[in-house]
Design a binder for this molecule. Sequence first.
Ligand code: 17E
Ligand code: FE2
Length: 413
Amino acid sequence: MSRLLIQNLRIENAAQPSDIRIEDGRFAAIAPRLAPLPGETVVPGHGRLALPPIVESHVHLDTALTAGQPRWNESGTLFEGIAVWSERKQDLSVADVKDRAARAVRQMARFGIQFVRTHVDVTDPQLTALHALLELRDELAELATLQIVAFPQEGIDSFPDGRALMRRAAQMGVDAIGAIPHFEFTREYAVDSLNFAVELAQEFDLLVDVHCDEIDDEAARGLETLAARAYESGLKERVTASHTTAMHSYNNAYFVRLLRLLKMSGINFVANPLVNTHLQGRCDTYPKRRGITRVKELTEAGINVSFGQDDIVDPWNPLGTGNLRDAVFHGLYVTQMMGRGQIMDSYRFITHNAARTLHLPDYGIAVGKPASFVIYDAPDWYEALSHNAPVVASYRRGRLVAQAEPARHEVLL
Ligand code: 17E
Ligand code: FE2
């Protein structure tokens, strides 16, 4: 039996430190002070923060690390990004996608990310990116759990054979079905494509995650259709609405009416604060909208919201390392969730809330669960967030999969 004792960790901002014993890849004991057992390896925790693994609930790994290929997105709009990617897509090979996506996941592992929901563009007759990501899902399983969404970047009913491509993706073994109502040619196509996506998910027993109303059009109404179908079909919390930036522009009377349905529907939300503050508001002069969904109001209504990175160095985001701390840091500013308690709890956007959206079983630091967790060089999340503290250790099922030395800095005067 392999045994490890890590002493003196602050679990999820706890005031008092705990010791953690790991046996055969699972949490065997968690208590304020555990006496070392004969032969047990003992590691000091130095009173550092321990969190459950970081969960990336929204990223596009197939497009990662392609910024500037074949050209840069100079307007900074979603739509120029889609056009640039459509050109780059012509040159895809399985090896190209696997190389970039694997590099992105390995980089994300440095920041404690162990679970990743990736959207993969299936508006490609060859489904090259999907073949690549399905292979990587197996090959990277020791390092990270990948969840794959069949994402119709150029539409379902507005793209040649769009429905057939979605069905093929479902047959090939994706985890979730996507849609993109605000990109479809007409409102009718938007509604039809959402109905199709929900029915396909039911047929194949899959989750749903829709790029929903990622536009500053206050009349974009994909969300009400998605929420109604989630409610009526019983899929409910198996459904996620990503982006929903149009909600920023809804009038308050409509939002209040919508909120009742959103609560009844049980659906999850994912906001991408970095990318949507960059892509949205591009048709505005001044005042300029922030283009971020109503995170504070949804959270206060008890609705599950998580934060994603969306993009790492691609046509929609020229910058970024994959560190989800950046999405939380920026997200708190842009949503004005800057109270002490809001800052302290904000790790939940990239841990528990995201894990709920992904339907991860056995998630969390508790006796009996797989010993997966991360340790920050900081005593609590407030300090970790503020100082961008490194993840000094990332354990996955009891195994150390990433580590870092805290940087040393000296001011000489
Ligand atoms: N595609 C899309 O439709 N929206 C996005 N935010 C990204 C890709 C990154
Ligand atoms: Fe996205």
